[in-house]
Ligand binder design. Structure first.
Ligand code: RIB
Length: 315
């Protein structure tokens, strides 16, 4: 019955998808979110205030953000047999699930502590995300239309090869190399069209590739956007620098705020919005996301983002 419903959904969606598709190759996790008075210390046993199990993973969060921003998005990734509910949850958020493989490996998961300052600290078990084969991916890339966007984060294996493959299909490539690690330093930045990093990742990248000089980030690829938390975001493009301030809100949980920014930013850029407005829309979406608990469940719809922006400008 379950399989029948999924097949029926795929049939309906294929008919419905008219817009140019954005493909997102990314992690899917089960997030176990614990509210804590402070982060647990080495050797300590700490009682938590509350517990929530929600859909997460930078990839899944970004797909849902793209979809809520109004895009037709196809997710490429993997889960295990143990959490098939994820498929219906992503499908309910209008994310294409045909290219999500179900593998004989446990689904990836994250143990997330969120403290009273809305900050988090995350332990990641990659599980099925790490088992996605490059040959599965090649099949998913067959239908990519030249000039359509493909998005990547750094919670998947073979990132370098995947970026090269997407580019060889004529796609435009957006990369959010988070979480930043050794392999992120070695990506083919010269073929990336849009790079989105936070300020810590920007510093690490500059250290690894640009002798620590962040002002040279734009030499890596044509469009670089750096998110700076409560300080806002900055964009480097063709010798131009654009800065947008952050919106001031009461933060409850910052998990997934960056993913929300990435999804909304790419949606706006894919629709030809000017860079300043795209960054403003993405900042508004992530400001709204931090006012709620959880990652994917806190991502606002485009109507909510629009209403928020109108309120801010007194419309
Ligand atoms: O960016 C937040 C995400 O990072 C969480 O949902 C968690 O799963 C980790 O991947």
């Amino acid at each position: 019955m379950y399989d029948y419903l999924i097949r029926f959904y795929i049939f309906l969606r294929k008919k419905a998808v008219q817009k140019k598709l954005i493909t997102n190759v990314g992690s899917i996790n089960v997030d176990h979110v614990y509210r804590v008075p402070y982060f647990v210390k080495p050797g300590e046993t700490l009682q938590t205030v509350s517990y929530q199990r929600v859909l997460g993973g930078k990839g899944a969060n970004q797909s849902i953000a793209l979809s809520r921003a109004g895009e037709a998005v196809q997710h490429v990734g993997a889960i295990g047999e143990d959490h098939k509910w994820i498929l219906s949850e992503m499908a309910n958020s209008n994310v294409g699930i045909e290219d999500i493989s179900i593998l004989q490996v446990p689904t990836g998961h994250a143990l997330i502590q969120v403290d009273d300052n809305a900050e988090n600290c995350i332990l990641l078990y990659p599980g099925a995300n790490e088992a996605l084969d490059l040959s599965d991916l090649k099949k998913s890339f067959d239908g990519i239309k030249p000039d359509s966007w493909v998005l990547f984060q750094n919670e998947m294996p073979n990132l370098k090869e995947m970026i090269t493959l997407a580019k060889s299909q004529g796609a435009k490539v957006a990369v959010n190399p988070a979480p930043f690690d050794l392999k992120a330093k070695d990506l083919p930045y010269d073929i990336i069209d849009l790079l989105i990093v936070n300020d810590i990742e920007a510093a690490e990248l500059a250290e690894a590739r640009l002798e620590g000089d962040q002002s040279k980030l734009s030499s890596l690829c044509p469009l670089v956007i750096v998110t700076q938390g409560t300080k806002g975001a900055i964009c480097f493009h063709q010798g131009e620098t654009i800065e947008v301030p952050a919106f001031i809100v009461k933060a409850v949980d910052t998990t997934g705020a960056g993913d929300t920014f990435v999804g909304y930013l790419l949606s706006s850029i894919a629709n030809g919005m000017d860079l300043g407005s795209a960054m403003k829309r993405a900042s508004a979406a992530s400001a709204l996301a931090v006012t709620k608990s959880g990652a994917s469940i806190a991502i606002p719809t485009s109507q909510e983002v629009e209403a928020f922006l109108n309120k801010q400008s007194g419309v």
